[in-house]
Design a protein around this ligand. Structure first.
Ligand SMILES: [Mg+2]
Length: 331
């Protein structure tokens, strides 16, 4: 890991933003982030507010990696991305998909609490109908099923030709059990929530719990570290975001660009969930893909989205504590 830059260097260009969301997501209405300007370009530090400093420090390592180091060589200059369909009624499906022009892949949220399997079937059927036979439909249960429920759901949903099933159950043990039960179905299992820390991908791979991994640059400590982890795990991956601004999305795009193989469309089309982004030209999909670029924040947007003083202080204090933790890890 490269040396940690001095705190004053991080603080010098730091801007704390608070971005309203179009609809509540992950229990929040406002996404907060710190944008930092390093010698390699702008970068983002945005661990979720409930994370402790030890976990958040890994996100700072990612921010430093992207802002202070040259990214690895890009193998592609645009990244195909997927649409995301929340657990909406089937009648709303065409309107949601219209927000993702040109996307051939849709991730459909299923196993929503308070809904029935029939709701999932109707939503997935509507997604398949909207995309046509050529489209790719993947499901994300966010760990909402037990093994029996997941098996039952697969029987009902497999006729819609599924690309893969993401985190059908919560635990690695359940994923492994389901995967062995679905052996004859040829529906790959993806691990998402089971992959949050650097040690997780190897644990999932060793347990035989997944066919592919959903990975994010920030929680894994940055692009370079994520590439090492992916290589060690030996499984195909989908690069996703953690509800980042376009600056953090660019980090994910550079990770996706550096991967030797990119068989799956990436979960990097989330900027549209914000009411406004920090750049003038947000990284939203055009013809189903986003470009691999190095966006620069827009001065007016930074002013308009500036976090209130007490939140700015909270984030800069957190930055300082995480910086101290990182510096102690390196030495
Ligand atoms: Mg997921």
């Amino acid at each position: 890991m490269p040396a940690t830059p001095p705190l004053r260097e991080l603080r010098a260009g730091a801007r704390v933003v608070a971005i309203p969301l179009r609809r509540r997501f992950r229990g929040v209405d406002v996404r907060e982030a710190v944008l930092l300007e390093g010698p390699a370009g702008w970068t983002e530090f945005s661990p979720f507010v409930e994370y402790d400093d030890a976990e958040a420090a890994t996100w700072l390592a990612a921010a430093i990696d992207f802002g202070w180091n040259a990214p690895p060589a890009a193998r592609r200059d645009r990244i195909p991305v997927n649409a995301t369909l929340p657990a909406v009624p089937a009648t709303d499906v065409p309107a949601v998909l219209a927000l993702y022009p040109g996307c051939r892949t849709v991730k459909v949220k299923v196993a929503e609490r308070g809904q029935a399997l029939a709701d999932d079937v109707a939503r997935v059927a509507a997604a398949r109908a909207a995309l046509g036979a050529e489209g790719r439909v993947r499901l994300d249960a966010n760990g909402g099923w037990n093994v029996d429920e997941a098996e039952h759901a697969v029987h009902a949903l497999a006729p819609f030709d599924l690309e893969y099933l993401e985190q059908p159950c919560a635990s690695v043990e359940e994923l492994a059990e389901l995967r062995s039960r679905l052996h004859d179905w040829d529906i790959p299992i993806a691990a998402d929530e089971s992959v949050r820390k650097a040690a997780d991908p190897l644990a999932v791979a060793r347990a035989g719990a997944a066919d592919l991994l959903v990975i994010k640059a920030q929680p894994l400590g940055g692009i370079h570290r994520a590439l090492e982890i992916v290589g060690d795990a030996g499984l195909p991956v989908v690069v996703s975001s953690a509800l980042d601004t376009s600056i953090g999305i660019a980090m994910g795009a550079h990770l996706a660009a550096a991967l030797p193989e990119l068989p799956y469309d990436c979960g990097l089309a989330t900027v549209g969930l914000f009411e406004r982004d920090v750049v003038a030209d947000p990284l939203v999909p055009v013809d189903g893909a986003i470009p691999v670029t190095r966006p620069v924040p827009d001065a007016d947007a930074l002013d308009a989205l500036a976090a209130p003083p007490e939140r700015t202080t909270w984030w800069l204090d957190r930055l300082e504590r995480c910086h101290a933790l990182l510096a102690s890890r390196v030495e």
